[in-house]
Design a protein around this ligand. Structure first.
Ligand SMILES: CC(C)(COP(=O)(O)OP(=O)(O)OC[C@H]1O[C@@H](n2cnc3c(N)ncnc32)[C@H](O)[C@@H]1OP(=O)(O)O)[C@@H](O)C(=O)NCCC(=O)NCCS
Length: 165
């Protein structure tokens, strides 16, 4: 049975961070420049989903986004996204194509959401990403605001919010 290991970026070996960055880049939905640096400085908790053999199946992260990114998402989605209300973003989620359809995105993301300790989280997702939408809803996120087109995607993006509890 696959297991998830989640923790602060500094808790992991440099080669594990290499794998994390490589998988996030394979997803193709983030700006590649200085991604490793962003992972190390903005990552609050990184999740590694591994097969019992140790083989890496997927990654995800809870991050403290840059102010500029938060403002862009707020503007694009026409939604208020104050840092005090939503200090964290759930992102960098990628499951290897060969491991998809096994309902592993939920156990991958759940410990990352737990790391927010009840504080608000936002997440963006392609409008047609049915699997991610289902998992976000199961984690307590609600789709909010209007759809928009980003630089990295042909497909429109939508915003999901999980309010503080
Ligand atoms: C998004 C991603 C992580 C989802 O993982 P996955 O393995 O494909 O999906 P899962 O098997 O975990 O399924 C999650 C849920 O979506 C449902 N689902 C998945 N694909 C579906 C489809 N095509 N139609 C309907 N439901 C679907 C599953 O039934 C499950 O719901 P349930 O638990 O309520 O039954 C994965 O597809 C991926 O890495 N995609 C590329 C990167 C990406 O899009 N990342 C997200 C950025 S926000």
């Amino acid at each position: 049975m696959p297991e998830v290991c989640a923790g602060e970026p500094t808790q992991f070996q440099p080669v594990e961070i290499d794998d994390f960055v490589a998988l996030v880049q394979a997803g193709g939905e983030v700006e590649p420049e200085r991604l490793r640096n962003r992972v190390m400085t903005r990552g609050v908790s990184l999740g590694f989903l591994r097969e019992s053999t140790g083989c890496l199946l997927g990654v995800g992260g809870l991050k403290a986004p840059f102010v500029s990114h938060r403002k862009q998402v707020a503007t694009d989605s026409a939604t208020a996204l104050a840092e005090g209300d939503f200090p964290y973003e759930l992102g960098w989620v990628f499951v290897l194509p060969s491991a998809r359809g096994r309902k592993l995105s939920f156990p991958l993301c759940e410990p990352l959401v737990t790391q927010a300790a009840g504080k608000g989280i936002f997440a963006t997702s392609r409008i047609g990403n049915i699997g991610m939408h289902a998992t976000l809803k199961k984690l307590g996120f609600v789709r909010t605001g209007k759809a928009w087109r980003s630089k990295q995607n042909q497909e429109e993006l939508v915003l999901f919010l999980k309010k503080a509890v």
